[in-house]
Design a protein around this ligand. Structure first.
Ligand code: UN1
Length: 495
């Protein structure tokens, strides 16, 4: 019998009302059951919201630096448990240990940033138009936050949302992806141990259809932060928007790396290898398009194919492996479906294009790193997010064509250009339609203290990370203090 894991609601671990369970398995070895997790529905969400609403009354009054101190302790505990957290994360979602350690580290960095933000939460004071009067503004908590997180960064992304939500004084309903409930459970354990009062965070395990929808539609949840697909994001925005909830969406990407004729090709090669095949291509920032200047196109592809042949694909727990499995069978089917679409569209398959099922790969969801050449912007493999190790290569004749090919896409999260030309650098910074642009770096690897998010169908204009996420999780109260002893009339022309 697999170990059983529960919801955390009102300061207690408890089973869901349904009495049902779902399994969490290792994608590198599907025979390994990691645990059975309680399967929640609307009833559990209702209960969680009730207690979160009640807990808000006190939590919002705790001084923000004290809230920050709890998050600081959570960061310290994550430092102590880093290796254990990384190993469990690799077991439940597959990416290699070096990456799961990095994922935990991103959570730690987010904790320490959040802890200090508890002493800032800056807002503005301005002069008044009138004598003996002051104008101030404050950041106020909003209420109950519904946070719905994906499986590809099971520690970092929850911390991006939970820590700022808490430091700002909100209480939280946390629904982690049902593929990665164990890392989420560890994170909640850490917050409890760090001293978070009962009811302030409530963990509700289960699927998007039952739990996610209940969160989005609950009238007592004031704000929603979601990371996932554009299809689901659109649905969330319309349902939550109907109730005028505040909604932050971090959605799909189809990120491109541009390599110009003057680029340092060795550097660009390392960039695309890491960007396209790191995390098995399962990042919203993953490099899924490679735009090559015609002068270096053939040479660069030869270098790329040679480098791919040296990648070890296998269980992420073995330090010898560079690329782990996909998350589950349905992701293998999606990725393979796109490979077939690419072949049907006339793209040239250079390498990969099939699941790996022999020997060490027999029990897991492994897929061979795949490259298509001769891709054009009208192809679906150029336009649609695949979320797997599939790279589509486009040949261009110059910088202007590279920029226009880059922008010919509905998504706009991350972008990258390798060039030594300072004029091209600044034109790229200005003209690439993306929330993030890297110069001589891959499309992945955003730092937690900088704004993170995209344009076009990647989101709805909000940013996570850095200072900007604190704007999402707080509301501005504007205050006028008149100490003139007279009733001064603004908007009446006294001049
Ligand atoms: C994601 O894939 O949703 O910038 C987030 C990066 C990581 C975060 C990725 N820091 O690649």
């Amino acid at each position: 019998m697999a170990e059983q894991y529960l919801n955390y609601i009102d300061g207690k671990w408890r089973p869901a009302e349904s009495g049902q369970w779902f399994e969490n398995r290792n994608p590198a070895n599907w025979d390994e059951v990691i645990g059975a997790f309680t399967r929640s529905d609307r009833r559990d969400v209702d209960r969680a919201v009730q207690v979160a609403r009640k807990a808000f009354d006190e939590w919002r009054l705790m001084p923000a630096p004290h809230r920050g101190a709890i998050i600081k302790r959570a960061g310290d505990l994550m430092v102590e448990r880093k290796e254990l957290l990384a190993r469990d994360m690799t077991r439940e979602m597959g990416k290699v240990l070096a990456e799961t350690r990095g994922d935990v580290q991103e959570g730690i960095d987010t904790a320490y940033y959040a802890a200090v933000e508890g002493r800032r939460l800056f807002s503005h004071t301005t002069p008044s138009e009138l004598p003996n009067k002051m104008n101030l503004s404050f950041r106020m908590p909003i209420g109950v936050a519904g946070l719905i997180t994906p499986w590809n960064f099971p520690m970092a992304i929850p911390t991006w949302k939970i820590f700022p939500a808490l430091v700002c004084g909100n209480t939280v309903i946390f629904k982690p992806a049902s593929d990665t409930p164990l890392t989420a459970t560890h994170l909640v354990d850490i917050l409890i141990e760090a001293g978070l009062p009962p009811g302030v965070i409530n963990l509700v395990h289960g699927g998007g259809g039952a739990v996610g929808t209940a969160i989005v539609e609950h009238p007592d949840i004031d704000l929603i932060s979601f990371t996932g697909s554009s299809v689901v994001g659109r649905e969330i925005n319309s349902r939550a928007g109907a109730q005028l909830k505040r909604v932050s969406l971090e959605l799909g990407g189809k990120n491109a790396q541009i390599v110009m004729d003057d680029a340092d090709l060795d550097l660009a090669l390392e960039g695309v290898l890491w960007g396209a095949f790191g995390t098995t291509g399962q990042r919203c920032t993953a490099t899924s398009r490679l735009i090559l200047h015609e002068a270096i196109h053939d040479r660069f592809l030869d270098m790329l194919l040679a480098a791919i042949s040296k990648l070890n694909i296998g269980d992420g727990l073995s330090e010898a492996n560079h690329v782990g499995p996909l998350i589950n069978q349905s992701q293998v089917e999606i990725v393979h479906g796109y490979v077939e679409i690419g072949q049907g569209e006339g793209a040239r398959l250079l390498v990969g294009g099939h699941p790996l099922k022999e020997g060490d790969h027999a029990a897991g969801w492994f897929y061979s790193p795949t490259v298509f050449a001769d891709v054009t912007p009208r192809m679906r493999i150029f336009q649609e997010e695949i979320f797997g190790p599939v790279l589509s290569v486009v040949r261009v004749k110059d910088f202007d064509e590279a920029v226009s090919v880059h922008n010919d896409c509905v998504y706009g999260l991350s972008s990258s250009i390798f060039t030594q030309d300072v004029n091209r650098v600044f034109r790229a910074v200005r003209d690439l339609e993306a929330g993030i642009t890297y110069i001589n770096g891959p499309t992945i690897g955003a730092e937690c203290h900088m704004p993170f998010g995209g344009v076009k169908e990647t989101g709805n204009g909000h940013r996570e990370g850095g200072w900007s996420v604190y704007e999402f999780f707080s509301e501005i109260k504007t205050v006028y203090v008149d100490f003139s002893g007279k009733l001064q009339r603004a908007q009446i022309d006294n001049y």
